[in-house]
Write a protein that binds this ligand. Structure first.
Ligand SMILES: [Zn+2]
Length: 246
C-alpha cells in the first residue's frame, strides 16, 4: 500500500490509494473514524488526477478528520497537546503532530519542534499513546547520550580508569546513584536536562568511588572537577518538579 501526502493550509493529510472493484469506477474518497483516508481508483488511474481529486476535497477531508479527532478525543493531559513543550538536553521543544508516510510511528527533532509522526493521526489525541512514544524515544536517547557522557567523564577523571557498569531507569526521587560495588544508576529523565547537568550528576557519582559520604572531601573533589556544581544543582532542583513529577 502506497501512502501519499498533500498539504492543506498548515496541515498535512496522508492518504492511501486502493484499487477500485470496478474497472471503470470513478475516484472514491473515504475518511474513516480512525483517521485513515482512502482513495479508490481504477487500476491504471493517473496519479496526478488522484492527487488533484484529493487536493480538491482537502477542506472536506480536514473537516472530517477534525470531527473524528474530537469524537475520539480521550482525556487530554496538558503536557501532551500539540504545542506543549517537551524538554530535551535542557531545551524546550513544542510538540507537533503529523501524519506519517509509513505504517509506523516515529519521532524526530526538526526545526526546533518535537515532531511526532503517526501512521494514524487520530492517535495524536491519545495522551497515553503520545506519552508512551515520548518515553520510548527518551529511553533510546538516554542509552546513547549517557554512554557518551560517561565515557567523556571516565577520560577526564584520573581515579576512574574504565567504563563502569551502569544502567538507567526512570526514577521519581533522584537523578543518580552509586552502589557500594560501583554500579552507577542514572535517571532516564536526566536526558531532558542540559549536558552540563548530566555531566555534573555523573561526576558526582564517580566522586563516590573515592568518598562514600557527602563529606567535606567529597565536595572538595566535586568542586575541583565541576566548579559550578552549585548552579547546576540548582538547575536540577528547579527541574525536579517539572521532570520527575510525571
Ligand atoms: Zn551522592
Amino acid at each position: 500500500m502506497t501512502r501519499y501526502l498533500i498539504s492543506y493550509n498548515e496541515e498535512l493529510i496522508a492518504y492511501e490509494v486502493r484499487p477500485a472493484r470496478k474497472r471503470r469506477a470513478a475516484l472514491g474518497l473515504y475518511v474513516y473514524p480512525d483517521g485513515r483516508v482512502h482513495v479508490t481508483a481504477p487500476p491504471r488511474a493517473d496519479l496526478k488526477k488522484i492527487q488533484e481529486h484529493v487536493q480538491a476535497n482537502a477542506a472536506w477531508i480536514s473537516k472530517q478528520l477534525k470531527k473524528f479527532m474530537r469524537d475520539t478525543a480521550q482525556k487530554i493531559q496538558p503536557g501532551y497537546n500539540s504545542g506543549a513543550l517537551q524538554l530535551y538536553l535542557g531545551k524546550g521543544y513544542p510538540l507537533k503532530f503529523e501524519p506519517s508516510l509509513e505504517l509506523f510511528n516515529s519521532i524526530e527533532i526538526r526545526q526546533d519542534a518535537f515532531v511526532l509522526q503517526f501512521s494514524n493521526i487520530t492517535m495524536s489525541r491519545d495522551a497515553k499513546k503520545v506519552s508512551e512514544m515520548l518515553d520510548e524515544w527518551y529511553c533510546q536517547q538516554a542509552d546513547e547520550i549517557f554512554s557518551a557522557r560517561l565515557k567523556h567523564c571516565v577520560e577526564a577523571l584520573p581515579w576512574v580508569d574504565a567504563m563502569p557498569v551502569w544502567r538507567h531507569s526512570p526514577m521519581k526521587s533522584q537523578w543518580g546513584s552509586c552502589s557500594a560495588s560501583g554500579v552507577i544508576a542514572l535517571n532516564t529523565h536526566l536526558v531532558k536536562c542540559s549536558v552540563a547537568c548530566i555531566d555534573s550528576v555523573i561526576v558526582h557519582e564517580f566522586c563516590h568511588y573515592k568518598h562514600r559520604n557527602h563529606g567535606k572531601r567529597f565536595y572538595a573533589l566535586l568542586e575541583k572537577h565541576v566548579p559550578d556544581w552549585r548552579a547546576l544543582k540548582k538547575e536540577l532542583n528547579d527541574l525536579t518538579s517539572r521532570v520527575l513529577a510525571v
